[in-house]
Design a protein around this ligand. Sequence first.
Ligand code: CS2
Length: 493
Amino acid sequence: MSSANTTPPVAGILHLGLGNFHRAHQAVYTRAALDAHGGDWGIVGVASRSRAVVDALRAQRLEYAVAEISPHGMSLSVPAVHSDAFVASETPERLVGSIADPAIRVVTLTVTENGYSYSAATGHLDVAEAGIAADLRGGLPRTTIGGLARGLQRRASDGGSPVTILSCDNLAENGAHTERLVREFLQLLPGGEGDEALAFLDQAVAFPSSMVDRIVPSTTDQLRDDVSAALGRRDEIPVPAEPFSMWAIEDRFAAGRPAWEAGGAVFTDEVGRYEQMKVRLLNGTHSLIAYLGALSGAETIPEAIVRPDIEGAARRVLANEYLPSIQVPSGVDIEDYERQLFDRWANIALRHRTSQVGTDGSVKLRQRVPEPAVLTLRAGAMPQQIALTVAGYLACIAPLPGFEPGPHARAMNDAARPRLAAAAATARSGVDLARAGIAEMQLLGQELAEESAFIARVGELVDIISTHGVGAAIRDCAAASEKSTTHEKELSA
Ligand code: CS2
């Protein structure tokens, strides 16, 4: 076990989103950077609302363990990189002040796809969201984007020292996306109030993109007990994580950065390619496994992927629908990458729950599904397995009357659930439900909203799942994919 010395490092990073992912990913790379090169790169961790992690961190001298879990066992490390922690909703003033603090040179974010307050339909800032509307009216910010904008306004007027805002969430072009939302917020402020900050952004603020990857489940009581026993002291907030970890970052920092490469991070101009590869191949396929798995009664991803029908669907979506939509980053052996994905999903010791991956599908699918689906449609084929993923999502979140999706689907949280459930309650068939989610609510963006054949196929699959079960829908899609591959082969023969 590696354990750092106990003096908290001096802070240079403010991190928004103190969840498990940050603590098993960026914190570990930062420990490696500090060990290799030193520097004032301690992290002030900010939780948006919950006190749980902040209280525990403070009670544990700002330390916790990362438990790397594989079928071969568990190994522990203690990153000890946090220099303080607080809750943004309790002290929004401190959030604004910290973003403005010149000692902070990098602000990192893991606030999930859900934390960016943007509209799935347009990709722009969702001004109808209550938090954004309130933040635009003034006062202390409640949203991440509002907080960033207000903090950057303060920083601009306090001397404007350069800073980098680094998104580490599973969003396409997450740097540009974050910058666009912050700018939109500032542009919407009345009377040119945001102008000074906008000029500051032009000159001294960088928003590089990054691709992050590590499967990090939720913490269980069992893990708390196991880790505490191994450490010989109580740890209330250990984080379980798979052995695999990857971080690809665009090297565009306004005021320096930690030597994260010491932990294996890759600095590259091809972050866009890494993001697409990861968000589609890993996350897109993950969603399919989660929804089909939950509907099949699987509590965890490994229990789902050992089912031959789900593994088959996962292999087909990956090879036929996601892979053709990406450009592989140079130096990545894609066959090896794919092999690793299946090994990672099969990590039975990790107990990654289908309900965790299935949560927030309304914002996650928007990132994973539309472009590959549209590309397949443009090439003249129906993206069968993507349609199946979306049908699985709808069947889990908004089951048609009389259909019981099971406890793992019921455990998925999703902000779109009430609206989708209302549509399901009056739907005459799956197509009505698919139309409500894809065309009316535009959960998958504007382009797919107009693809009536895709919507019809999703609806048909919802009906098959509801009347004959998820296995029948998987077989139906497998047969349809088989037919179109044979047809393609005949055409090219
Ligand atoms: C998962 C991701 O919950 C999900 O939607 O697909 O959290 C996934 O485990 C990580 O992105 C892996 O890096």
